[in-house]
Design a protein around this ligand. Structure first.
Ligand code: AHR
Length: 504
């Protein structure tokens, strides 16, 4: 087998525009995401509202366009009213999804203030576990109605004269999962989601709604669930959600890195199912995809089983990510870019401390996990038009996947900046992969930089005491070899960002 890959892209062969919201993230009331993560009054770096400015700086480095809130499983037992109004009147609650105490010191209005400081927008979820249309429409009224009604005037009395104008709303969370508070059959969920969607849009017709898809590709009800719930909600919703987490539980890294092929399959099947319902409805509207939970999640599973219930903000889901996790995250980002025509929103789950690119110590430092880097590179450089990647790559067979290409890659053309950026992962764990890039119609270009994330140790990680064990360098060897031709050697087990400036 020859270890060499070829990739052809042409500026006229396009997949679609990148919706910047595919670089979204997620803050749930879970573990130390809120308390000790984005919010820690008394911390030396906290601002006057208790928001950690060191964390805000790291969030801004990711250029996150949208953040989902307040859950996750948490939302299915949440009374949003508990989180608004004077702090001293807020109730402490038993939180059943994660078995903690929720102090409600941070809620909707604090989150919206935090979003403004983080230069991001909110994607708000409503509780369809223990609640329904009534509380959802009241929440939209509280958040988005200007004034002159009970809930909008209550917001004003809480110090928020201007409406928050939250545009994107999730109709519940993972309602197919037996672990969910108030989980439902597809018909039960389809009905309540439809009725909730109607009244939410009657309060504010400018909002967009996301219906809950299956909690994972492996759910036994997939894709029947998608088909049934969309038949109920098609006329009232705009997106369907997908969630997927991966792990390397058997310590089989070749198989682990192949898992984004499952993500490709998941995305393509949800698109096919959404289009099937559109056809049945004789509808004009395409239902697009919101991949609003995705990441690697498994390192913390054993530790989480030992956590005592009913404490405030215990260290739950604190995966410490290693180099190979960053590679799979890179592959997952490429998977979503390859369907930029239909994946319009996505949220890396989550943002701080809880399965997150950013970690903090209570009262101490904040630092970047390995997965921060591919996420940041894609978000900062992956804006523009995704081009159809024609790829010839050597392949391998893994335990669960066959014909896995060593090269996973995609190209994004940013016309405004006259740049083309290639994101590429070499999945080969022992060998470098020579890559010939044919950019045809783009003609002359120069390499701005070739960023590489590589490490001899797949398990190397960044920790409080060693925050820079894994970090990218710009010493990649991509070079122009002729008009429209670029060559590079991708290091074994590496994430690569090849940035090209096009001649005017
Ligand atoms: O992101 C962690 C959890 O994973 C979310 O609360 C839930 O939606 C999913 O199962």
């Amino acid at each position: 087998m020859s270890m060499k890959a070829n990739m052809i892209v042409d500026k006229d062969f396009q997949i679609g525009e990148v919706d910047p919201r595919i670089y979204g993230s997620f803050i749930e009331h879970l573990g130390r995401a809120v308390y000790g993560g984005i919010y820690e009054p008394g911390h030396s770096q906290a601002d006057e509202q208790g928001f950690r400015t060191d964390v805000l700086e790291l969030v801004k480095g990711l250029d996150v366009p949208i953040v989902r809130y307040p859950g996750g499983n948490f939302v299915s037992g949440y009374n949003w009213e508990d989180g608004v109004g004077p702090l001293e009147q807020r109730k402490k609650r038993l939180e059943l999804a994660w078995r903690t105490i929720e102090p409600n010191l941070f809620g909707l209005n604090e989150f919206m203030d935090w979003c403004r400081k983080a230069n991001t927008q909110a994607m708000m979820a409503v509780n369809l576990g223990t609640r329904g249309p009534d509380q959802a429409r009241e929440l939209v009224e509280y958040s988005n109605h200007p004034s002159g009604s009970y809930w909008s005037d209550l917001r004003i009395s809480h110090g928020y004269k201007e409406a928050h104008n939250i545009k994107t709303w999730c109709l519940g969370n993972e309602m197919d999962g037996p672990w969910q508070i108030g989980s439902k059959t597809a018909v039960e969920y389809g009905r309540i989601a439809c009725e909730t969607a109607k009244v939410m849009k009657w309060v504010d017709p400018t909002i967009e709604l996301v219906a809950c898809g299956s909690s994972a590709l492996s759910m036994p009800t997939f894709p029947e669930w998608e088909s049934t719930i969309l038949e109920h909600t098609y006329d009232h919703v705009d997106y369907i959600s997908l969630h997927q987490y991966y792990g390397n539980r058997d310590n089989d890294s070749a198989n682990f890195l192949a898992q984004s092929l499952g993500m490709d399959k998941f995305i393509n099947t949800v698109i096919a199912t959404a289009d099937y319902v559109q056809a049945k409805k004789r509808g004009k509207k395409k239902i697009n995809l919101s991949f609003d939970e995705w990441n690697v999640w498994y390192h913390s599973n054993a530790a989480d089983r030992k956590i005592e219930p009913w404490t405030v903000a215990p260290p739950q889901l604190e995966d410490i990510y290693n180099h190979e996790d960053a590679l799979l995250v890179g592959c997952m980002l490429i998977s979503m870019l390859k369907r930029a025509d239909r994946v319009k929103m996505a949220c890396m789950a989550q943002l701080v401390n809880v399965i997150a690119p950013i970690m903090t110590a209570n009262g101490g430092a904040a630092w970047k996990q390995t997965i921060y880097y591919p996420y940041m590179h894609a978000s900062v450089f992956g804006r523009g038009t995704v081009l159809v990647p024609l790829i010839k790559s050597p392949k391998y067979d893994a335990k669960d996947y066959t014909d896995v290409p060593y090269l996973e890659a995609v190209a994004v053309h940013n016309e405004q900046n006259s740049e083309v950026t290639i994101f590429a992962v070499n999945r080969h764990l022992q060998e470098a992969l020579p890559l010939e890039l044919d950019l045809r119609s783009f003609g002359t270009s120069r390499v701005i930089e070739h960023i590489v994330l590589e490490n001899d140790d797949l398990k190397a990680a960044n920790t409080l005491d060693a925050q820079d064990q894994v970090k990218p360098h710009t010493g990649g060897n991509a070079a122009v070899s002729g008009s429209g031709q670029v060559q590079a050697v991708l290091a074994k087990a590496s994430w690569n960002v090849i940035r090209l400036k096009l001649a005017d």
